[in-house]
Each structure stands twice: as C-alpha cells, then as structure tokens.
Design a protein around this ligand. Structure first.
Ligand SMILES: [Zn+2]
Length: 295
C-alpha cells in the first residue's frame, strides 16, 4: 500500500481550524504528487443537479457543510474522487481533502461534498465486485450508510463515537430491503481506548469475512485519536497500526481513503495504518521461528 497525495488539496478551505489544510500539510514534499481527476465518476452516486449546485457554490465562494468554499475547492473535490479511484485500483491509500463519508446522494454535510469512498465503491460494484466498506473514522459514516442502505453487494460497517455528530449510527440500523443485514454499526462511548476499539475491530473483521468481499474499502478517519480536537475517543497511534495489521491478515485486497482527523499528528497516524497493512502483508513466520516481532 502506497500513499497517494496531491498538494492541490491544501488550497481548499486553507485557513480553517476545523477541516483545514493544516491537517495534511506535512505530506507535501514528503510524498510524490499523484494526479487524477474524477469528475466523470460523480454521477455514479450523485445527481447532475447536485453536482452543479456544488460547482456553483465553489464559484460563488458559498459556505456549505460548515466550510467556506473557494475556486480551488472544486479542483480539490474532483481530484479527491480521482485519487480515491486510483487507490482502489492498486490497493493504495489516498490522502485527500475534502473528505466524503457524510455526503449523501443529494446533500453536503459535515465538511463533505462528494462521497469519495462511495463513488469508488459503486464503480467496483458496477464491475461485478462485492465490497466491504469499513469506516473507522470516529464519526458515523451516515452518508455512505444511506447510499448503500438497500444494497446486498456492499457491506457497510462503522466504528464510531456514540452521541456525537451526526447523531446516527445505532446498532439497530441494519439496512433495509435487499440490504437488510448488510449494515453494521459498532458504536463506542466517549473515552473508549485501544482495547475497546480492538473488540469492535474484531467484530467488524468477522462480519467482513462472513460477507466474503472481493475488496475492502477503508474509510480511514483519524479523529478517534487521543489528541483530536473534535471527538473524545482515546485511541493511540498503535491502534491504527494494529487496525491495518489485522485487516491485512484477514483480507487480501484493501484500499484506503482519508476521512477526518483534526490534530497535528494526522500524517503519523496515516503512516501507522499503512505500515500495519504493509507489515501484515508479509508472510507469517513459521512455528519454529524465534523472532516474534513479526507474526
Ligand atoms: Zn470524523
């Protein structure tokens, strides 16, 4: 798993202290620039009128979903989709802004305009693949849940803080119609630490294995981190490493897309997750190997 990044993402909502450019500034210069435009894929999930309303809002520098858009926001948004699609092809990790998992088909919300992971997922579904979307952002991925709520080709699973924005994500929300049983919410209470996360992570992996997906799409947000300025979960960086490691031990095909994370250690958290994935991909050592650092 490689990290895909583009410094265009720094031009969107650049001065904000919430979902601002400061979040991903450290990636610039450290990671190669990856370019991909995803405008042609928006219609896989969002209606034409909705797409135009976001384009106009960028041109008019309107404030929506708590974000002041600017003329560079459009380019950032369509590049975020493009890089998410690229990540899905080779099992990479797309470091993008704006994030996507609160965006519904026809509604921007919670700093999100187009649902990057949902668009990449729908493209895979159209190619005949079954997709397990695993969302460990500390907020419930309500937009993604709503998009696939009636689908049996996508298993959506979210681990998040209960009673936090967007105030959804209860265990009772299990899908509807054909999608009944294909939506799994595993909420945690405020203050939950690594051990509490691992319990839910194991349940998510078990459900994912039973679903038997062709590919795992990870909505990777890092606002459950102990120093996050918005949420009050208490994961350490090690938890993100462990998450990557356990996912890779369970699934061969995984890609990731950045969601939230509002603190100064976002790059380190992303790197811990990617490192876990890459270490987990190495073959297990055999029983007689005394080096227990791997395996
Ligand atoms: Zn979040």
């Amino acid at each position: 798993m490689k990290i895909l990044f583009n410094s265009k993402f720094l031009l969107h909502n650049s001065l904000c202290e919430g979902e601002g450019a400061y979040r991903i500034e450290k990636f610039k210069g450290k990671y190669e620039e990856s370019d991909a435009i995803g405008e042609q894929y928006i219609s896989l999930v969002h209606a034409h009128e909705y797409k135009n309303s976001i384009l106009n809002a960028c041109n008019n520098e309107d404030t929506i979903a708590e974000v002041e858009l600017n003329k560079d926001s459009w380019e950032a948004a369509i590049s975020a989709i493009g890089l998410s699609i690229e990540a899905s092809k080779d099992g990479d990790f797309a470091v993008v802004r704006p994030p996507g998992h609160h965006a519904k088909r026809d509604k921007a919300a919670g700093f999100c305009f187009f649902n990057n992971i949902a668009i990449a997922t729908q493209k895979l579904v159209n190619e005949g693949k079954r997709v397990f979307i695993f969302d460990f952002d500390g907020h419930h991925g309500d937009g993604t849940q709503s998009i696939f709520y009636e689908s049996d080709q996508v298993l959506f699973c979210s681990i998040h803080q209960l009673w936090a924005y967007p105030y959804t994500g209860f265990a009772e929300e299990t899908g509807s119609g054909k999608g009944k049983g294909y939506n799994l919410n595993l909420p945690l209470i405020s203050g939950a630490n690594d051990m509490a996360f691992y319990d839910k992570l194991n349940l998510a992996i078990k459900a994912g294995r039973e679903f038997n997906p062709d590919i795992v799409a990870v909505s990777a947000g890092f606002d459950a981190y102990e120093d996050d300025k918005i949420l009050s979960l208490k994961y350490s960086q090690k938890a993100f490493y462990e998450c990557g490691l356990r996912l890779r031990r369970a699934f061969p095909n995984i890609f990731g897309v950045l969601e939230g994370g509002y603190h100064d250690d976002l790059m380190e958290c992303v790197e811990a997750f990617v490192e876990g994935i890459n270490i987990g991909a190495r073959p297990r050592k055999n029983l007689f190997d005394t080096d227990m650092s791997v395996g």
